[in-house]
Design a protein around this ligand. Structure first.
Ligand SMILES: Cc1cc2nc3c(=O)[nH]c(=O)nc-3n(C[C@H](O)[C@H](O)[C@H](O)COP(=O)(O)OP(=O)(O)OC[C@H]3O[C@@H](n4cnc5c(N)ncnc54)[C@H](O)[C@@H]3O)c2cc1C
Ligand code: SF4
Length: 569
C-alpha cells in the first residue's frame, strides 16, 4: 500500500552520489525545496577510515555498499547472465566518489564530435576501420559549453594539476587550484622513457589535494577546508581517512544540508517515477528503510543514480515495462542502448636493479601521455578510430598486486612466491584506457528472472567488445610494451582486463529526439520535467574516465533548472 507525502517538493533527486550531491547543493542554494533519496546509508568516518587492504580491495564484494544492489551481466544477447557486484555505484551516501581513484581529467574537445571529425570527415575510411553495427553520433554540447563547469568542479572540489603541460588538452580559462601531487619513481621512469620515444608525458590531474584547501571566491566558500593527502598509499577502493580525496560525502552534501532546504532520506530506494494524466513526471515511489512503499510528489524529478539504475528506473516506470518493455521517456527506444565503457589493457615490467616502491602515495599521482588518445594521432591504415590515455597505474599494497604476473605464471607455489618476493617492489605497470564505441547490442535492460530483495527486476547488462575496440586494444598493448621496454625493464608483458571498466551510456543525450533520450541539459525529450544526469547521458566515450564531465553536466543542469522559475511558482 503506497502512502503519499502531501507536500509537493520542488525537486526530487534520486541518488545522492557525485551528481546528486552537486545537484542538491546547487538547487538548494538557489532556494528550491529538495527531497533527496539515497538507497544506502550515511557512512561514518569509522566505516571507511581503516587502511584495511583485505577488507576494501579483496573482500570488497562483502561490503554492504558494494553487495547490496548487484547487476546481472553477460557478453552476448543469447547468453545466460550472471550476478555481478559492482563498486559503482556505491550503495552509500556520496556514491562511488567515496572510494574513487581520483583521476580528474576533462574530456578533449574532439571527444564531443566523434561523428563529425572521424566518420563524416572520411577519417574512419582512411583508417580502414570497420564500423558496421556501431551507432556513432556527436554530443549536443561542446567542450566550450562545458568549460566553465569543468572549472567549477576543479575549484570547488580541489583538483591538483598543472595547466599547459599536456599539449593535447582543451583550452582553459583558469589553471588548476593546486599544484600536482608529489612525483613518484614510476612516474619518473615513465617520463624518461616517453621523452626518449618522442611522446609528451605530463602530470595527470588528480581529484586529491596536494595542499590543504578551501575554495576561494568566486567559488563556493562554504565548502569545508580539507587537509592535503598524506600519501598513505591505500587509495583506490578506500575512503580517504583524512578527506583529501574529492568526495561529495564530506563536501557538497554537508553544504547542501546546511541550507535547510534539503530533506535527505537515506535507506530509501526509489523504484518508480510516477506520472500525471498529461504524461509529466509527478514524483517517485520508494521503499523506506522498513520496506514500506511511499510516494513523494515533485515538480521536477532528477535521476542521478548512475548508469544501471537510471536505465532501470526509466524501464520500470511509465507503463511499468509490463506491456511494451519501453518504460518512460523512451519514444526513441534508446533507453538502455549503446552503453559504453573502457576495455582496459595493461603493460607491466619488472626490474632487476630498480626499486620502484610502488606502494607510496595515491594511484592518481600518475604520469600520462595523450599521444594515443582520441584523435591525437594518425590513424591511417591502423584499422580503427579513437584511442585511449596511457599512464602509470595500479595499487601498491601487496594484496593489490597479486595478479600482476608474467604470462603463464600460476598464482601459487614456489615459483610464484619467489617471483613475488623478488619483484613485488621492483615492478610497475601502465594502464591503457581503450574507449569503446556505441553499439546498440551493448545495453542495459530488465532481467526477466532475477529480482532484488524488494522484488524488483535487476538491471541486466549485455556488453561485448566489438571489432574497433579489439583492434584498438591490440594497438595500445603494443605501445604500452614499447614504453615499458624503453624504461629498461628486464621482462615486459601486456594483458587485457576481462571486465570492462567505467560505464557510461544508456540514456544518451542528443539534439534528435528520435535518436536520443535527453537533450544537452540532460532533460528528457518526452517528459520535460524529468532529468537524467550522469555518464548514462554520454553519446560516446572518451579515453578518460568520466567524473569531471559528469560533474560539469551536473553543474550545468542545476543552473538550467534553477533558471526555470516559472516551474516553481
Ligand atoms: C573504484 C573506483 C575508482 C574510480 N576511479 C575513477 C577515476 O579515477 N576517475 C574518474 O573520473 N572516475 C572514477 N570512478 C568513477 C566515479 O566514481 C563515478 O564516475 C562517479 O561516482 C559517478 O557519479 P554518479 O553520481 O553518477 O554515481 P554515484 O556516485 O555512484 O552515485 C549514485 C548514487 O545513487 C544511489 N542510488 C542508485 N540507485 C538508487 C535508487 N534506486 N534509489 C535511491 N538511490 C539510488 C547510489 O546508492 C549512489 O549513492 C571510479 C569508480 C570506482 C568505483
Ligand atoms: S593516498 Fe592520499 S588521498 Fe589516497 S587515501 Fe591516502 S591520504 Fe587519502
Amino acid at each position: 500500500m503506497s502512502q503519499a507525502h502531501t507536500r509537493t517538493a520542488d525537486v526530487c533527486i534520486v541518488g545522492v552520489g557525485a551528481v546528486g550531491g552537486i545537484l542538491a547543493k546547487e538547487l538548494a542554494t538557489a532556494g528550491l525545496d529538495v527531497v533527496a533519496f539515497e538507497r544506502g546509508p550515511a557512512l561514518q568516518h569509522a566505516d571507511y577510515a581503516a587502511r584495511d587492504s583485505i577488507k576494501f580491495t579483496v573482500r570488497q564484494s562483502q561490503l554492504d555498499w558494494v553487495r547490496h544492489d548487484p547487476v546481472m551481466q553477460r557478453r552476448e544477447p543469447d547468453a545466460p547472465a550472471t550476478l555481478r557486484y559492482t563498486t559503482s555505484p556505491a550503495n552509500a551516501l556520496g556514491g562511488a566518489l567515496l572510494h574513487w581513484t581520483g583521476q580528474a581529467s576533462r574530456f578533449q574537445p574532439g571527444d564531443f564530435k566523434v561523428f563529425s571529425n572521424e566518420v563524416a570527415s572520411g577519417l574512419a575510411e582512411k583508417a580502414g576501420a570497420d564500423l558496421r553495427g556501431y551507432d556513432v553520433v556527436d554530443w549536443p554540447v561542446s567542450y566550450d559549453d562545458l568549460e566553465p563547469y569543468y572549472e567549477r568542479f576543479e575549484w570547488e572540489f580541489g583538483v591538483s594539476g598543472k595547466a599547459g603541460v599536456n599539449p593535447f588538452e582543451g583550452p582553459r580559462k583558469r589553471g588548476y587550484p593546486l599544484p600536482p601531487l608529489r612525483r613518484n619513481a614510476r612516474g619518473e621512469i615513465f617520463e624518461g622513457a616517453c621523452e626518449r620515444l618522442g611522446y609528451h608525458p605530463f602530470e595527470s590531474p588528480a581529484g586529491i589535494l596536494s595542499e590543504s584547501y578551501r575554495p576561494p571566491e568566486p567559488y563556493d566558500t562554504r565548502m569545508p577546508e580539507r587537509p592535503a593527502c598524506v600519501y598513505c598509499g591505500h587509495c583506490n577502493l578506500y575512503g580517504c581517512h583524512v578527506h583529501a580525496k574529492a568526495a561529495t560525502l564530506y563536501t557538497a552534501i554537508p553544504v547542501a544540508l546546511s541550507t535547510g532546504k534539503v530533506d535527505l532520506r537515506t535507506h530509501s530506494k526509489v523504484f518508480r517515477i510516477t506520472t500525471d494524466d498529461a504524461g509529466r513526471a509527478a514524483g517517485v515511489q520508494y521503499f523506506d528503510p522498513d520496506g514500506q512503499i511511499h510516494e513523494q510528489r515533485a515538480r521536477v524529478v532528477i535521476l542521478a543514480a548512475f548508469v544501471y539504475e537510471n536505465v532501470r528506473l526509466l524501464l520500470l516506470s511509465g507503463d511499468g515495462g509490463r506491456r511494451t518493455r519501453r518504460g518512460l521517456a523512451n519514444s526513441s527506444d534508446m533507453v538502455g542502448k549503446c552503453i559504453l565503457a573502457h576495455g582496459d589493457v595493461r603493460a607491466a615490467g619488472v626490474y632487476d636493479n630498480v626499486v620502484v616502491n610502488g606502494f607510496i602515495g595515491p594511484g592518481s599521482a600518475a604520469m600520462r601521455i595523450d599521444d594515443f588518445n582520441g584523435n591525437n594521432f594518425d590513424h591511417a591504415g591502423l584499422g580503427f578510430i579513437r584511442g585511449g590515455t596511457i599512464g602509470t597505474s595500479g595499487g601498491g599494497t601487496p594484496v593489490e598486486r597479486v595478479d600482476v604476473l608474467p604470462p603463464g605464471m600460476r598464482r601459487w607455489g614456489r615459483e610464484y612466491k619467489e617471483f613475488f618476493t623478488r619483484y613485488y617492489n621492483r615492478m610497475f605497470e601502465l594502464n591503457m584506457q581503450a574507449e569503446t564505441l556505441p553499439h546498440p547490442e551493448n545495453r542495459v535492460d530488465l532481467d526477466p528472472r532475477r529480482k532484488d530483495e524488494w522484488g524488483v527486476p535487476l538491471p541486466r547488462v549485455t556488453f561485448a567488445l566489438h571489432e574497433n575496440e579489439l583492434r584498438l586494444r591490440r594497438f595500445l598493448a603494443e605501445v604500452g610494451e614499447r614504453i615499458m621496454r624503453e624504461t629498461g625493464a628486464s621482462q615486459v608483458w601486456s594483458d587485457a582486463k576481462t571486465t570492462p571498466s567505467r560505464w557510461a551510456g544508456g540514456t544518451r543525450m542528443g539534439s534528435d529526439p528520435t535518436r536520443s533520450v535527453v537533450n544537452g541539459y540532460c532533460q528528457s525529450h518526452d517528459v520535460p520535467n524529468l532529468f537524467v544526469v550522469g555518464s548514462s547521458d554520454f553519446p560516446t566515450m572518451a579515453g578518460y574516465p568520466p567524473t569531471c564531465t559528469i560533474a560539469a553536466l551536473a553543474y550545468r543542469t542545476a543552473e538550467y533548472i534553477a533558471g526555470q522559475r516559472e516551474w516553481f511558482r
